[in-house]
Write a protein that binds this ligand. Structure first.
Ligand SMILES: O=C(O)CCC(=O)C(=O)O
Length: 368
């Protein structure tokens, strides 16, 4: 595979010739409208950071991409398999801050954390980051998807996802597009678009997903000058077009989540998942549940409640049909369903559910 050129660019060249003067850098995180974030599921911030900071981020990420082949499964081509010897089309490096901790000291990182804190209304912590450098003329859009669909966590994401282009972006080189309001529905069905291969063209086990049946008639493009950024909710449908220019389109993406490490590790459902895995309870539950058939039976209601409350995992359901039914029940399970559970076990589950519910997604504005 050909290595990605480090391709330094003078600071002046980062500015978007089409965007006019560079606006003042955002100083007040509360200037990001919580109302827009709640309503639309995304916000475009014209001036998140300075051009010098963007130049610094590029200078930290470029060497990582030059080393792409040596990064193992942390470095993948989102565009899927390619002919040997042909260049990567959408190379991505996951958890770049682990490889290059100086990224944590950039102004963009600090600003994103402040904004996430202000939008979520609780302390936040780093959750994930990745960088995507779309090659010139890469002919590969990033398919419509919700970030939640990629999550392997046993709890819903409660985070804000920042997309920071490292040069100006337009529809021609792959700016972000969003579907306003899509964060207010649930997770749509996604299917595998392609498998992800690493720099050595070996499968990593990961896949690129695409959401089915997306109505793009209301999609909004977000072109930005360098220094700007977009931020979105984990359920917001988004997409970027192919890079149709002769330069790389580089972007760094950071996720900040409520309570950071603590929520991910110590949330009751996360703890329950770890206990289940370590005791092999999923296998045991699967065996027991395989005796029951799918359908709107009390058994399935109970299964749904167990799954919703994290007592058993979704992989405990007995068959594909039953799993679908149980998942539907699990998604729609609420306290009304809970009140039908009259036995003592049900009461315990309801208490447990109410407690874990306090940790579900709520923005600062929703709380007011
Ligand atoms: O940068 C891109 O092309 C896509 C980014 C994206 O979809 C994401 O971060 O979820």
């Amino acid at each position: 595979m050909s290595q990605i050129p480090i391709n330094p660019m003078p600071i002046g060249a980062l500015a978007d010739a089409t965007a006019g003067a560079i606006p003042n850098t955002l100083r007040d995180p509360s200037a990001v409208s919580a109302a827009s974030f709640d309503r639309d599921g995304f916000v475009s911030v014209p001036a998140l950071t300075t051009l010098e900071d963007i130049e610094l981020i590029r200078s930290l990420l470029d060497p990582l991409f030059s080393d792409f082949n040596r990064l193992g499964d942390r470095a993948v081509d989102l565009a899927g398999p390619r002919e040997p010897g042909t260049p990567l089309r959408s190379p991505e490096i996951n958890e770049a801050v682990i490889l290059e901790p100086r990224l944590r000291h950039t102004l963009a990182y600090a600003r994103c954390r402040e904004i996430a804190r202000s939008l979520l209304g609780v302390p936040v912590g780093y959750q994930f980051d990745h960088a995507i450098f779309k090659a010139p003329q890469n002919q590969t859009p990033t398919a419509w998807h919700q970030d939640q669909a990629y999550s392997q966590e046993p709890i819903p994401l409660r985070s804000v996802h920042f997309w920071i282009p490292l040069q100006a972006v337009t529809e021609s080189n792959g700016c972000m597009w969003f579907i306003p309001g899509s964060s207010r529905g649930g997770v749509l069905p996604h299917r595998v678009l392609n498998t992800r291969l690493n720099g050595e063209n070996r499968p990593t086990g990961g896949s690129t997903l695409i959401a089915d049946n997306v109505d793009t008639s209301k999609a909004v493009a977000c072109p930005l000058a360098a220094g700007g950024a977009t931020l979105h909710h984990p359920l917001t449908l988004h997409y970027t077009g192919a890079n149709q220019t002769n330069r790389y389109r580089k972007a760094w993406i950071i996720h900040f989540g409520a309570y950071g490490w603590f929520r991910r590790r110590l949330h009751p459902k996360a703890l329950a998942a770890r206990v289940r895995a370590s005791l092999g309870l999923n296998r045991c539950a699967r065996h027991l549940l395989s005796r029951y058939s799918p359908g709107p039976s009390p058994t399935n209601l109970a299964q749904a409640a167990w799954i919703r409350c994290g007592v058993i995992g979704q992989d405990s359901a007995p068959s594909r049909g039953a799993l679908k039914h149980v998942q539907q029940r699990a998604h729609s399970f609420n306290s009304t369903d809970g009140s039908r559970l009259t036995c003592m076990g049900g009461q315990i589950l309801r208490l447990y559910f109410a407690w874990s519910h306090t940790l579900t997604y709520k923005t600062a504005r929703e709380k007011r």
